[in-house]
Design a protein around this ligand. Structure first.
Ligand SMILES: C[S@@+](CC[C@H](N)C(=O)[O-])C[C@H]1O[C@@H](n2cnc3c(N)ncnc32)[C@H](O)[C@@H]1O
Length: 259
């Protein structure tokens, strides 16, 4: 099979794939044999997102394993990694809450040696995939938000990062078809104004953070002021930081001293 496969690219283009040549090359590179290539091509033509067809997404230029239904890591979420890196030193404890496939936790574990990495999610499929990505790098816990975390982490988390669902419920219908039809609604739905999960994460975080610990929440430019207010209400000094090249906003919060 030649890596540039014009007839496959034409087939993908006819099915509406915008990056048909790139995708044709990826399918050819990842196919075990001709039958596998045909199965992958048929799946992609029928509208399955390319990441589910390939079984991985690229994040920080490295592979993150994904599976159907699990939120596909977005490029913009690399902003959480960029915001986290300067805050972490070896021995620090970092938690990715609402981890999905755990792209942020995996990138941090890969990029900083000696950080202690935990991740948590409520979706069993996401948890299985996160465990694959974090094999030998960190622990993955199952459960509703902070219920998932082992008690011994209370007061010991130096950095809590989350790309919690933040799409306002009424906006889910306006999302691209690939997200609406292929990603679980629990991975997208942020409640009536988008901040329901962000608020729960921010309010829960204070009991788990170490003194001086920090919280990083991904949000959108539209929601940034509301997310910042949610984090301030939860007892943090907070500011929204834009990463314009990634079209991303991260709200950074540091616990206010109580005494
Ligand atoms: C937007 S996705 C982000 C996944 C991953 N952090 C990423 O950026 O690719 C949100 C994730 O939150 C999880 N989630 C939703 N509600 C949750 C809850 N109550 N407790 C834990 N995780 C939850 C979903 O299962 C989903 O994996």
């Amino acid at each position: 099979m030649h890596p540039s496969n014009p007839s496959l690219a034409a087939r993908l283009r006819a099915a509406g794939c915008v990056y048909a040549e790139d995708e044709a090359r990826l399918l050819v590179e990842n196919a075990r044999d001709a039958a596998h290539l045909e199965r992958m091509a048929a799946d992609r033509v029928s509208g399955t997102p390319i990441e589910y067809v390939l079984g991985y997404a690229l994040f920080r230029s490295e592979r993150i394993v994904v599976a159907p239904g699990v939120f596909v890591p977005r490029l913009r979420t690399e902003a959480l990694v960029r915001a986290a890196l300067p805050r972490l030193t070896p021995g620090d404890v970092v938690v990715e809450m609402c981890c999905g496939s755990a792209p942020v936790a995996t990138a941090l574990a890969r990029e900083i040696s000696g950080v202690i990495v935990h991740a948590a999610d409520v979706d069993p499929v996401a948890i299985a995939v996160a465990r694959t990505n974090l094999t030998g790098l960190g622990e993955v816990h199952a459960g509703d938000l902070f219920d998932a975390l082992p008690r011994e982490l209370r007061g010991r988390v130096d950095l809590l990062v989350a790309n919690a669902p933040y799409v306002p419920s009424a906006h889910i219908a306006l999302m691209p078809r690939e997200a609406r039809e292929h990603e679980h609604e629990t991975a997208l739905d942020g409640g009536p104004d988008g901040t329901r999960l962000q608020r729960a994460v921010a309010e829960g975080a204070s009991g788990w953070l170490s003194p001086g610990g920090a919280l990083l929440l991904e949000t959108s430019a539209t929601l940034a002021d509301r997310t910042e207010a949610v984090v301030v209400d939860a007892g943090f000094r907070a500011h929204a930081r834009a990463f314009r090249d990634l079209d991303a906003v991260v709200v950074e919060g540091v616990l206010r001293r109580t005494s």
